[in-house]
Design a protein around this ligand. Sequence first.
Ligand code: FAD
Length: 491
Amino acid sequence: MDIQDLHCIVIGAGTGGLAAGALLARKGAQVTLLEMQDYPGGCAGTFSLGGYRFDAGATIGCGFHEGGPMDALGRELDISWPVKLEPVAWQYRHRDLSLDLTLTRTAVLDRFPRSAAFWKEQSMLAELLWKLSYGGLSWPVASPRDLANLAQKAVTAFPGTARLLKFATMTALEWLESHGLNTDGQFVRFIDAQLLVSVQTTSRFANAVNAAIALDLPVSGASRIDGGIGRIPELLADSIERYGGAVLYGKKVDRIDSIRREVLGVETTDGDALAADLVIANLTPDSLALLEGRTPEPAVETLPPRWGAFTLYLGVDSAAFSLPGINHVQITASEGELGEGRSIFVSISPEDDPTRSPDGLRAVTISTHTRPGPWFEALAQSRQSYQEMKERYTSEVLSLLKEQLPEAAGAIRSITAGTPVTWERWTGRRGGYVGGYPQTSLFDVRSPSSNYDNLFFVGDSIFPGQSMPGVVTGARRCVELALRRYGKKGG
Ligand SMILES: Cc1cc2nc3c(=O)[nH]c(=O)nc-3n(C[C@H](O)[C@H](O)[C@H](O)COP(=O)(O)OP(=O)(O)OC[C@H]3O[C@@H](n4cnc5c(N)ncnc54)[C@H](O)[C@@H]3O)c2cc1C
């Protein structure tokens, strides 16, 4: 079949679905993307409320550095991203500690001088990993061709790849231990806070290789996005249309039609039925199961936990709440496990971005990791229990914010909260699990393949997991495997 005759349906306009759709459209396939909301982006969307434009979940642009996954995608799709490098990626605060995370890591090295050798090793590993991931990652391997690809890259990057092997089965905590840093409580908490927002677990469980690339974020460059993070999905949607595809909003897929291992097409809640040769599902496996008419396995508590998010959207008075040069602050409580209101990530819309808020005000997004189960249990109990839980989390998050930024107390003009129940409704992710999977192993990971020969997953539930660069890297792999089936060269 010629690629021009390939009818592809993409379910979902998250970053992963959009990137896969745009790469397929660029190659000439006929792409129709169906999105249930009336705007794109999912976890990386920006929504309008009360005159503000709030980033729903993701707030930091990463992977836009030269040669990074977003930079490479932009070049390939001829998109010029509206990004600017943040001088300070974010500020980390814990008790009386305040560290600006910058391109040079100076503040971290000044405060934790014993960590210098660790950071040197981290840089070496990250550099190698960026090199290995350039042009896509054939992982997990699906064929001898993938193995040959990997071997070729490994040989080119030798002897670095040989050094990498040592870290492949190590936890981040064991890696810290090898530098005598595991007993420095403040340093471990600092690392844990960085890992939780990137690889979705702390050093005790995180794989060292995943940790190395995650800890590179401030140094490889964090970007602000004019208009909010949702501009990135919007530009990807435009690109699908520019290459001849269609992006349809308000179209919720509620069923996939299949015979044995072949999907024939999809049906939408408004009664449309669309045939397809190839389906790309920007869904979690649990959400896909619902479309197949299967009951997904009941959610079980895992260790390390899978997370959802509790988010607050605040309108604040710009004059009263100003941190010159800093648009993001990460705060951890004095003690206790991270998450559940004891660690928060605060993002403030840039002062000079008039598209985000009414004059004199700014749009703030605050998120904390939370386990989704109890939220659904509270809702099942009664609306009042759910409401009380929401109020308790709101008050705990605001009190941690005010502990570190007392000026916030008088600056807040409006408050809206999002719970895992809200997130499930917004993103269609069953159970409200967001942020990808805890990255504990390089080997126990999900590939884009599914139980169907012509349906492939994309998004942060497949390798390499969460974040814009993560799902874009996964989208390349998804397109590569999907087109391989039709004897075409992948993306
Ligand atoms: C609180 C929070 C903070 C984060 N911070 C950052 C950050 O700062 N930087 C960063 O890079 N990443 C961050 N991330 C991670 C990043 O946002 C995600 O990994 C990424 O956006 C997920 O993309 P995805 O492709 O998996 O799609 P999703 O975002 O899951 O989107 C799926 C899309 O599919 C649609 N959909 C679902 N079901 C259907 C259906 N049946 N029919 C039609 N459409 C459907 C949904 O409406 C949605 O638009 C954060 C995530 C969260 C939750």
